[in-house]
Design a protein around this ligand. Structure first.
Ligand SMILES: O=C(O)CCC(=O)C(=O)O
Ligand SMILES: [Fe+2]
Length: 807
């Protein structure tokens, strides 16, 4: 899949999960495609800004390009009239640029490359999309039940918008937030591009499904209630002031253009959406994002503006019987029986012998990019303020009535009865909802319901989950085997693994990531999991309990407006200081499965931390991950937290990775001259082994070899690489626990969790320093477990079964 376009390339993204306090988080964007991968997650480390090259500022260009010509395509077909027989038969109708469709290489890989973050494609925790972000650090003054930080604020509309005439009607479907738009509409899941395209993997460039017309800085953009003309993007660079300027020619064969060529050739309609920042909309747009309707692509061509080639597309609304909401209130309605005879004149270039439409009032120009006469009107290459040829605007191209949009403009709301088969489709499980009553696109912010966020609108769809059996969610060790689990963890230097240990039925592996900083993996087995209060019971109970899980807002939203994590969460015990809008319920009010988790984690914490620093966990965060939801790279180090953290995995398997933070991993020296061989080398950082060897040469006084080795090192160094390898991957299965012990784990390293199954719960226990929590909240972190219920690692059971074993 790819997502391309010229307009509003606000880098977007969406959250993966956010941890609670100040950890950096991953977010995702949902760039999905209609039928296959419905949701992609691209994850990047840390909160990060969109690369300027793809972040369009959004203000329209001031000053008009003085020259305005149109340029067409190579081959025979400049301005490409649509491929229907009735329109200009002399114009060839295939690929308007005469170029072969782009190959499959411009699929999701390319798309990812166009993302602001240069994340590593092979990064396990960067499956597709989710960009680092941080959960909002908003202190919860009190843990009184709090609703989600208010229905996401309306984003300020462009000031021009206010002065436009009143529209004739209201859009059938609309959104205030980009994430809600993308999560609710299968035809529009582009967080950072104007166009949402899909289907590029089968040797074609795919098709455009939806196109957002927003920050359109094309002075020549055009929109009325029937026709839209806009540019197709590419070649733009953001200036320091955020203004987008075209610095390169737009390529007619780029993946920003070819999907539209395919739409035109194969008669695949495109659904257009207008944003409040679009300066060309004839009327005031009521919402931030407003679905306009279903359009055909009638023409795609190139022209030269200020010396740069610009690719443009003309769209025509298919259904004139239902007048567009964006027409001017009180104006006469467009005739539903259009005049197909109006046509812009088509002239043949005497230089290249190709035909082009006359699109400008300034006169006819050859639109063949390869022609010496390209984009020249009456011998002039720079025309002043041209306007569109009215005949070109008024053209009406026939469209067979039976060809409809492949996707529903207003998708029906989900019915709320999720069953196991629907869980197969990740988007089904956690996509947004278009309100049946008011047409608003809403993200699914709560685990248990879809709810329209429009004030006064009461539409909601409660979700009734069936309990999915453990055998389906976590078949891994469903053999009823009583043996110890087989470990599949992977690690590399400088991580050191201790000898395998057993603790009754538990297998234990401890990994030292740096001296004194250890991660212990407790591998559960079947016997452990099926005990009362064990993983099997907790997995079932969590599915059957209304926990009130919701998605967290992210602090640094990479798209305009607020974004929320993909996964859901709820906090118990001491209030999570930095969590926004998450109820923090006391342990005494927690459902039994939560206390089972606390019980298990307390045992693991005590077992793993033997140096006297163990502090009983007084907070538990329960995260729910549906299919393809993950938590990207982040750390759990916050000043109000103890350094030790333990987690219990329930349901689907997951990989938990650890790596050094970029700021410590990345090689600092820009070139060999400022390399200092006396600085200590941090084990695990970039080229650390080579540097240690290099520094040894220096220390031994072998200067010639040192210089040679230094030159070789700098030559081999990948200076563009920002992140080091995952040095430890824990393969977590149902019932497993992990204890992180030591400040360095959070300070110098980061971790991420990528669940693989359809449903997983990650329950994480932490110690929150009570001195920073209001005294009246302290009771929330307190709990007592009856002595006979205190989890003992199932040791008594093990001893009863294996009385001959020694401790
Ligand atoms: O889901 C998990 O197992 C761990 C989640 C995590 O890293 C966190 O809550 O900070
Ligand atoms: Fe974490």
């Amino acid at each position: 899949m790819s997502s391309t376009g010229s307009i509003d390339e606000n880098a977007g993204s969406e959250p993966s999960r956010r941890s609670i306090r100040e950890r950096k988080q991953a977010q995702h964007f949902g760039h999905s495609e209609p039928n296959e991968e419905l949701e992609e997650l691209i994850e990047a480390p840390k909160p990060r800004k969109i690369a300027p090259a793809v972040r369009k500022g959004g203000k329209r260009a001031s000053g008009r390009p003085s020259l305005w010509v149109k340029l067409p395509l190579p081959s025979q077909t400049p301005l490409l009239p649509s491929p229907r027989p009735q329109s200009s038969p002399e114009v060839k109708v295939e690929n308007s640029f005469g170029a072969p469709p782009e190959s499959s290489s411009q699929n999701s890989k390319k798309r990812s490359a166009a993302l602001p973050d240069s994340h590593d494609e092979s990064d396990l925790f960067a499956p597709s999309l989710c960009h680092g972000t941080t959960l909002k650090k908003q202190r919860l003054e009190s843990s009184a039940p709090k609703q989600r930080a208010a229905p996401r604020a309306k984003v300020a509309l462009d000031s021009d918008n206010e002065t436009r005439p009143k529209p004739r009607g209201q859009p059938e479907v609309w959104a205030e937030m980009r994430q809600a738009l993308c999560e609710s509409l299968t035809y529009y899941q582009a967080y950072q591009s104007g166009a949402y395209t899909w289907g590029s993997s089968n040797g074609s460039a795919g098709y455009a499904y939806g196109f957002l017309l927003d920050n359109d800085n094309d002075d020549y953009g055009y929109m009325d209630e029937k026709v839209v003309i806009t540019r197709l993007g590419g070649g733009m660079t953001s200036t320091k002031s955020g203004k987008m300027v075209q610095t390169e020619d737009q390529s007619s064969s780029s993946n920003k253009v070819t999907p539209f060529v395919n739409n035109q050739r194969d008669r695949v309609p495109v659904i257009l959406i207008v944003g409040a920042k679009n300066p060309h909309c004839p009327t005031k747009v009521p919402h931030r994002y407003n679905v306009l309707g279903v359009y055909q692509v009638t023409d795609i061509w190139s022209e030269k503006v200020k010396g740069k080639v610009v690719c443009r597309v003309r769209f025509e609304m298919l259904d004139l019987k239902t007048p567009s909401w964006c027409g001017i209130h009180g104006s006469s309605l467009p005739t539903p029986t259009p005049d197909y005879s109006t046509k812009a004149s088509l002239k043949t270039c005497t230089t290249c012998n190709t035909s082009s439409k006359e699109v400008s009032t300034a006169g006819w120009m050859c639109l063949n990019e390869t022609c010496a006469n390209f984009s020249i009107i009456n011998g002039q290459a720079d025309q002043e303020a041209p306007t569109w040829n009215p005949a070109f605007i008024d053209e009406r191209n026939k469209w067979p009535a039976h060809i409809k949009a492949p996707l529903q403009l207003k998708p029906a709301p989900p019915n709320g009865l999720l069953n196991a088969s629907l869980m197969e489709t990740s988007l089904q499980a956690w996509k947004g909802m278009v309100c049946r009553d008011c047409g608003r696109c809403n993200s699914r912010t709560k685990w248990d319901e879809w709810k329209c966020e429009t004030e006064g609108c009461t539409f909601e769809v409660p979700i009734h989950y069936p309990i999915i059996p453990r055998s389906q969610l976590a078949p891994d060790h469903a053999f009823a085997a009583e043996g110890h689990s087989i470990p599949f963890d992977k690690w590399e230097a400088p991580v050191v693994r201790t000898e395998s240990e057993f603790h009754g039925y538990w297998r234990k592996a401890t990994y030292e990531i740096s001296p004194g900083n250890c991660i212990t993996h407790y591998f559960a087995n079947e016997v452990i999991n099926r005990q009362p209060g064990g993983a099997d019971e907790a997995l079932e109970a969590l599915q059957g309990t209304k926990l009130g899980m919701q998605r967290f807002p992210l602090e640094n939203s990479p798209v305009e407006g607020e974004m929320i994590t993909k996964h859901f969460g709820i906090n118990f015990g001491l209030p999570y200081n930095y969590v926004v809008a998450v109820d923090s319920r006391g342990f005494s009010e927690a459902p039994p499965a939560i206390m089972d988790a606390v019980n298990h984690l307390t045992w693991a914490g005590k077992d793993a931390i033997k140096d006297g620093s163990y502090r009983p966990f007084n907070e538990l965060l329960c995260l729910g991950y549906m299919e393809k939801q993950s938590i990207g790279w982040h750390d759990d180090g916050e000043k109000d937290l103890g350094p030790d953290i333990a987690s219990w995995s329930l349901g689907g398997a997951a990989t938990m990775g650890f790596r050094m933070k970029s700021k410590y991993w990345k090689f600092k020296e820009r070139n060999a001259d400022n390399y200092d061989p006396e600085l200590p080398v941090r084990p695990g950082s970039q080229a650390w082994k080579e540097r240690i060897a290099l520094n040894e040469l220096y220390q031994a006084g072998h200067m010639d070899e040192y210089e040679q080795a230094k030159t070789a090192l700098f030559k081999a160094l990948d200076k563009n690489k920002n992140n080091g390898p995952t040095v430890l991957s824990l393969e977590l299965r149902h019932g497993d626990m992990v204890v992180m012990h030591g400040e360095d784990i959070q300070k110098n390293n980061e971790h991420g969790v990528m669940p693989k199954g359809k449903l997983r719960f990650g329950l994480t226990g932490r110690y929150i320093k009570p001195e920073n929590i209001p005294v009246e909240e302290h009771w929330k972190g307190e709990f007592t477990i009856a002595p006979e219920k205190v989890y003992d690692g199932d040791l008594a059971l093990f001893k009863a079964n294996f009385p001959e074993e020694e401790d």
